[in-house]
Write a protein that binds this ligand. Structure first.
Ligand code: LLP
Length: 426
C-alpha cells in the first residue's frame, strides 16, 4: 500500500510503504534507537532558515533563533554555523549556546524575570542586547552593570496591545499579558533608560505571540512600534536596531501561515513606505525554524477497545509531548509502515496517570500493538518542554542528514532521573 504524501512536510514522505525522513526509513530509527525517540531533519531546518534569508536579501537583519523551541546542542550548532544568533531566556540557555559554539555578541536575552546572577554572567560574556521588560528590571540591570564597570546594551520590549489571534497561553502582546512595557509608558521608560549610566540604549523590541498564522497582527504591531521609534528618536534617543520577535506559525493541521519570505516582503513594504527599510533588524523565530523538522516515534503498547472510546496506548506521553495536554494542540499521527485496510476511530493516549495525557483524539488509524507511530510537527516545544513526570526518562533524539543518522541525545536512564536526590539519614 502506498499512503499519500504529507502536505507541508517536504522532508518527511512515504517511499513505498515506509515513512521516511530525508533518506532514512523512520522504522529503522525506531528499531535502532528504541522508542520514544525524536528525529529531526537537518535539511528541513536549513530550508526554513533559507525562507527567512530570502526575505532579507539586501537588508540588514540578524536572525536570533529562539532556542526555547528546541535547545539540543546539535540543533544550536546547525543554526550557529549558519550565522544565526540566539534569543535566550535563562543562564541555562546561555550555557547551551556557548557549549554549541554560538557567539556571545549575537545573543539577545529576553524574559520578564532575569536574576542579578544571570545579568552579571551575560554582561561578563558581552552579549549583544538585553531585551528589558519592566522599569524594575531596568534599574537592577543598571546597578549590576555599574558594579562591573560596564554598560549594558538594552532594548525595551514594548507591548503593542495587538491581538495575535492565537491560543491565549501563547499570546503575549496584549495589555493583560505579563510581557513588555506598555505602549503608553514606553517613551517615559526610554527617557529613564537614557539617564542611567550603566545602560546603553541600542534598540526596541516586540514579540506579540506564537503560532501566528496571519500577517495582519505583525503589520499592526509594526505600525505601533514604528510610531514609538519616531517619538523616541524625536526625544533625542537613537534606536539602532528594531527587533520584531518571533511567532510565525507552522502548518500543524492545514494551518496556512504566510511563508517567511512572503511575510517579510509585506513587512518591508511597510518599513520602506515609512522610511525605515534600511535599519538594522533582529528577529527571534523559534517554532517556524524547527517545528516541522521533527517527529516523535512511539510504539503502540496496547489497543484497548471500549464502549464509548477505543484507545491506542503508546509509549510516548504528555511528559514527552506536552502540547496537546497544555494547549489542546493538534499533531498529525501517522503509521510508520501503514497496514492495508480500514482504520478505526481511536484516541491516541500515553501511559501517564492523567486523563489529560492524550496525544491525538478521534483519529482513524489501522494499527496493532507493536506498530510504530510518528507524531508529526514535534520539532518545537516538545523535547524542550518535556519532563520526568511519572519517573519517565526523557526520550532520545537523532538528527537526520541525508542518509546519515546522528544520535544527538542519549535516552535518559531511570537512574539519571533521580541523580541529586537524597535519602534522609535514619
Ligand atoms: N521571542 C520571545 C520573546 C518569545 O517569548 C518567544 C516564544 C519567541 C521569541 C519564539 O516564538 P516562536 O517563533 O517560537 O513562536 N510552548 C508554546 C509556545 C510558547 C512560546 C513562548 N515564547 C507552544 O508549544 O505552542
Amino acid at each position: 500500500m502506498t499512503a499519500p504524501n504529507i502536505p507541508g512536510q517536504p522532508h518527511i514522505a512515504y517511499q513505498g510503504n515506509n515513512l521516511c525522513m530525508e533518506g532514512v526509513k523512520l522504522s529503522d530509527v525506531a528499531a535502532q534507537m528504541g522508542t520514544p525517540v525524536f528525529a529531526y531533519s537537518k535539511a528541513s531546518m536549513l530550508s526554513a532558515l533559507a525562507a527567512y534569508q530570502r526575505g532579507f536579501e539586501g537588508r540588514k537583519v540578524q536572525i536570533c533563533y529562539a532556542m526555547k523551541a528546541n535547545s539540543n546542542l546539535a540543533v544550536l550548532q546547525i543554526f550557529a554555523k549558519a550565522g544565526c544568533g540566539f534569543d535566550i531566556v535563562s543562564a541555562g540557555e546561555l550555557a547551551r549556546v556557548l557549549a554549541a559554539g554560538g557567539e556571545p555578541s549575537k545573543i539577545i536575552f529576553s524574559g520578564v524575570g532575569k536574576t542579578r546572577a544571570e545579568m552579571k554572567q551575560a554582561l561578563e560574556l558581552g552579549i549583544g542586547c538585553f531585551n528589558v521588560e519592566s522599569e524594575a528590571e531596568l534599574e537592577v540591570l543598571n546597578e549590576v552593570a555599574l558594579s562591573l564597570g560596564k554598560k549594558a546594551p538594552v532594548s525595551l520590549r514594548v507591548n503593542p496591545n495587538v491581538d495575535p489571534k492565537t491560543h491565549p497561553y501563547i499570546s503575549t502582546g496584549l495589555k493583560g499579558n505579563k510581557f513588555g512595557v506598555a505602549h503608553e509608558s514606553a517613551l517615559q521608560t526610554y527617557q529613564r533608560a537614557a539617564q542611567l549610566l550603566g545602560l546603553a540604549v541600542v534598540g526596541i523590541d516586540c514579540h506579540i505571540g506564537s503560532q501566528i498564522t496571519e500577517a495582519t497582527p505583525y503589520l499592526d504591531a509594526m505600525d505601533r512600534v514604528l510610531d514609538l521609534v519616531a517619538d523616541i528618536e524625536a526625544a533625542g534617543i537613537p534606536i539602532h536596531h528594531i527587533d520584531f520577535g518571533g511567532g510565525l506559525g507552522i502548518d500543524y493541521n492545514g494551518d496556512t501561515p504566510p511563508a517567511a519570505d512572503q511575510l517579510w516582503k509585506q513587512l518591508f513594504a511597510k518599513l520602506d513606505s515609512r522610511g525605515y527599510g534600511q535599519r538594522q533588524f533582529m528577529i527571534e523565530p523559534g517554532r517556524s525554524l524547527v517545528g516541522n523538522a521533527g517527529v516523535c516515534l512511539s510504539e503502540v503498547v496496547f489497543m484497548k477497545p471500549g464502549e464509548q472510546k477505543n484507545f491506542c496506548i503508546i509509549d510516548a506521553a504528555m511528559n514527552d509531548l506536552p502540547r496537546p495536554a497544555m494547549y489542546q494542540a493538534f499533531h498529525q499521527i501517522l503509521p510508520v509502515t501503514p497496514r492495508a485496510g480500514e482504520g478505526t476511530l481511536v484516541d491516541v493516549v500515553g501511559p501517564v496517570c492523567e486523563s489529560g495525557d492524550w496525544i491525538g483524539r478521534d483519529r482513524t488509524l489501522n494499527v496493532q500493538a507493536g506498530d510504530t507511530l510518528a507524531v508529526l510537527s514535534a520539532g518545537a516545544y516538545c523535547m524542550s518542554m518535556s519532563s520526568n513526570y511519572n519517573t519517565r526518562g526523557r526520550a532520545a533524539e537523532v538528527l537526520i542528514d541525508g542518509t546519515e543518522v546522528h544520535v544527538i541525545r542519549d535516552r535518559e536512564t531511570v537512574a539519571q532521573t533521580f541523580v541529586g536526590e537524597h535519602l534522609v539519614k535514619a
